[in-house]
Design a protein around this ligand. Structure first.
Ligand SMILES: C[S@@+](CC[C@H](N)C(=O)[O-])C[C@H]1O[C@@H](n2cnc3c(N)ncnc32)[C@H](O)[C@@H]1O
Length: 397
């Protein structure tokens, strides 16, 4: 009787999985495991469904148990290794891939992940050059260009807080390409936490290179919704504005959301690549390439609403931004923006080269403004985590 119930529930889980109803599949596989805790196919199915829903950390345990079953197929080891990699357990992933490879050669695409996992793990004990040589040996004929690998890996290691390993790779990159302003700043951030603003040259180079992928990366991959949420927050207070500034407009993601307020929309950004994308999207009365504070300072009283989504994360000290924004708004004017949520009454330069701001810091430094609203939101996905953001709506006093 129980065997039948297990089989039926397993069938439900497999069907849900095949139909892409992944939460149902997770629940059904878990129900199988309540009845039959060692059911290795259910463990594997559960691990896969959790991976597909990006719950990588939760997937590791069932995948490890599924891979430990006698005679487990190599694919189970490969999936476990992927989950270990995606949770930052690079040594574990490398060891699992090596064990799988001993049974059956790891296929090409997965081999590149193995090579990276082994290199990242090796950075704990060897030089960057030796780690990259190890990457090349494991990747074999599939190996990507080592500078590309090092550049991408630097970001991944920072995201996983493996800062010593990131510093070692950063130094290798700097030695191989001293003209790379992006990497130079990102490496500097790891050794000088007092830098109070991202340099304009860094922001410009970073976003010029990012413009083409930005919308797909932020919206589709990272679940970014700050522009829409800020527009909602503004609309709950006021529905009409004549002169609107999208400060750090990027590709113009906020444009369609700000249309509801009528008025003329000006976009300002440092990156010509991002501005070109905003121009393609349309909806802007004017698009200006300028630095945010410089632009605000040269436009006293020129706007009724300033919106700045995911831009103040490139400033540590917000005093100059708020002073310039206050001067650019008349009394009663509104400023809406997002931050990455930090601690207490200060700002922190994060290893990602962005800044987080404590709520008390925002309230203390926004002189000339009154805080009308504040809302914590999931700002964007970051590695296996979600970065917590904060939306603010301020009124010029
Ligand atoms: C993460 S993007 C956000 C873009 C857009 N606001 C959105 O929500 O999609 C940050 C943008 O701010 C711009 N930016 C950063 N610092 C800036 C500054 N000091 N002056 C002008 N633009 C800046 C960058 O060039 C980039 O386009």
């Amino acid at each position: 009787m129980e065997a039948q119930a297990i089989e039926d529930m397993f069938g439900v889980a497999v069907a849900a999985s095949a139909e892409g109803r992944l939460d149902d599949a997770v629940a059904a596989f878990q129900a199988v495991l309540v009845m039959s805790p060692g059911h290795d196919e259910a463990l594997f199915g559960l691990g896969l469904a959790l991976m597909q829903t990006r719950r990588f950390a939760e997937a590791v345990e069932p995948l490890a148990r599924a891979a430990a079953a006698p005679g487990a197929e190599p694919i189970r080891h490969q999936c476990l290794a992927q989950a270990q990699f995606l949770t930052g357990d690079f040594a574990g992933a490398a060891a699992t891939f090596a064990a799988a490879d001993a049974v059956e050669p790891v296929p090409e695409g997965a081999r590149l992940t193995w090579a990276r996992a082994a290199a990242y793990a090796a950075l704990d004990t060897t030089s960057a050059q030796e780690a990259l040589d190890l990457y090349a040996r494991i990747a074999g004929s599939e190996a990507e260009d080592l500078e590309t690998v090092a550049r991408e890996s630097f970001g991944i290691l920072v995201a996983f807080q493996r800062l010593d390993a990131a510093r070692a790779l950063g130094a290798w990159l700097e030695a191989h390409n001293p003209a790379d302003t992006i990497r130079a700043h990102e490496l500097r951030v790891l050794v000088e936490p007092g830098i109070d603003r991202a340099p304009a040259s860094y922001v410009e180079a970073l976003f010029d290179g990012f413009a083409e992928r930005f919308d797909h990366q932020l919206v589709d991959m990272l679940g970014y919704e700050a522009p829409a949420l800020l527009a909602e927050m503004i609309a709950s207070r006021r529905q009409q504005f004549e002169r609107i500034l999208d400060l750090g407009c990027g590709t113009g993601l906020a444009g369609p959301h700000l249309k509801r307020f009528g008025g003329r929309l000006t976009g300002v950004d440092l990156s010509s690549g991002m501005l070109a994308k905003a121009a393609e999207r349309g909806g802007y009365y004017a698009l200006v390439q300028d630095e945010a504070v410089t632009f605000l300072e040269s436009h006293p009283g020129a706007f009724d609403l300033i919106v700045s989504a995911d831009v103040l994360i490139y400033f540590g000290d917000l005093g100059p931004v708020f002073a310039a924004a206050a001067a650019a708004l008349p009394p009663g004017g509104l400023m809406a923006f997002s931050t990455e949520l930090g601690q207490g009454d200060g700002w922190t330069l994060l290893p990602s080269a962005r800044y987080a701001h404590g709520d008390a810091y925002i309230r203390d430094s926004a002189s000339g403004f009154r805080v009308l609203e504040r809302q914590e939101i999931p700002l964007r996905r970051e590695g296996a985590d979600v970065t917590v953001g904060c939306l603010y709506l301020l009124e010029r006093i």
